[in-house]
Design a protein around this ligand. Structure first.
Ligand SMILES: Nc1ncnc2c1ncn2[C@@H]1O[C@H](COP(=O)(O)OP(=O)(O)OP(=O)(O)O)[C@@H](O)[C@H]1O
Ligand SMILES: [Mg+2]
Length: 241
């Protein structure tokens, strides 16, 4: 089989003296949607940020498209095709929708997504194009955050809790958008706390605890065995550990 699109092996990441990721390893194949689940503070965001080199792992290796990227500066990693949709749908609140997208597009790789195509795909962003980022609804901000990554034409999307803080209807919309991006050939690594949402859009699920992967399986395996979510996520049981 060909080399995975992304692979992490033996990754150890620290914040100062705090050891957060412990020999973390997993692979992602081109075209996959993989969901990382785990409780608060287990290192999900740190995993995505380690891929981007903020902070870079202290040891271990991260490979992307057959090349080692661990140790490279973040702008170099991004320019190789890693798209970043940060937690809390971070955008520039004082800039308009158009300005937010233009700023991202200025650093874009060649590809099929242009600002014009973005507005076709996100009619709501087009309607709100002159509004400031901070005045958008949570759902609109999340769409803008995804649009900012998309216009850079990445090969891999890192999405950090895209459903966080959004109403069920908007979560459905974001899910449909992620499925569509995947149907167009995009590979997506998704961090989530919303179990049902992650199961509905992922091909494969990784569960993290204390900075390491403790479970890997298909959404159906997890649906068929509620004990997995009890044990690793504490879902459905008051006294889970
Ligand atoms: N900038 C930082 N400096 C020091 N410690 C940090 C920093 N960012 C995160 N941490 C710590 O690292 C650990 C992992 O944090 P991380 O944000 O990766 O967790 P998470 O799984 O994404 O959690 P959440 O579900 O709350 O988003 C936590 O103990 C957190 O307090
Ligand atoms: Mg996080």
């Amino acid at each position: 089989m060909s080399e995975p699109l992304l692979s992490l092996s033996g990754v150890n990441t620290y914040y100062g003296e705090s050891h957060i990721l412990h020999d973390l390893g997993f692979d992602l194949r081109k075209g996959e949607v993989v969901g990382i689940l785990g409780r608060n503070g287990v290192g999900k965001t740190t995993t995505l940020q380690s891929i981007l080199g903020i902070p870079a792992p202290r040891s271990g290796e991260i490979r992307f498209r057959g090349e080692t990227i661990s140790g490279l500066p973040t702008h170099d990693i991004v320019s190789r095709g890693v798209g970043w949709v940060p937690q809390g749908h971070r955008i520039f609140p004082t800039l308009t929708v158009v300005e937010n997208i233009e700023l991202a597009a200025a650093r874009s790789r060649p590809g099929s997504w242009t600002a014009e195509r973005i507005y076709e795909a996100f009619p709501r962003l087009h309607t709100r194009r002159d509004a400031r980022g901070g005045s958008l609804s949570g759902g609109e901000q999340q769409m803008l955050a995804i649009a900012r990554a998309l216009v850079q034409n990445p090969e891999l999307f890192l999405m950090d809790e895209p459903s966080e803080g959004l109403s069920p209807l908007i979560v459905q919309e974001i899910g449909a958008l992620i499925k569509r991006l995947n149907a167009e050939g995009n590979t997506i690594l998704l961090v989530e706390q919303n179990l049902a949402f992650a199961l509905s859009i992922s091909h494969r699920i990784l569960i993290m605890a204390k900075g390491a992967i403790v479970y890997s399986g298909k959404p159906d395996d997890i649906r068929d065995d509620p004990d997995i979510t009890h044990r690793f996520l504490g879902v459905g049981t008051a006294a889970a550990d």
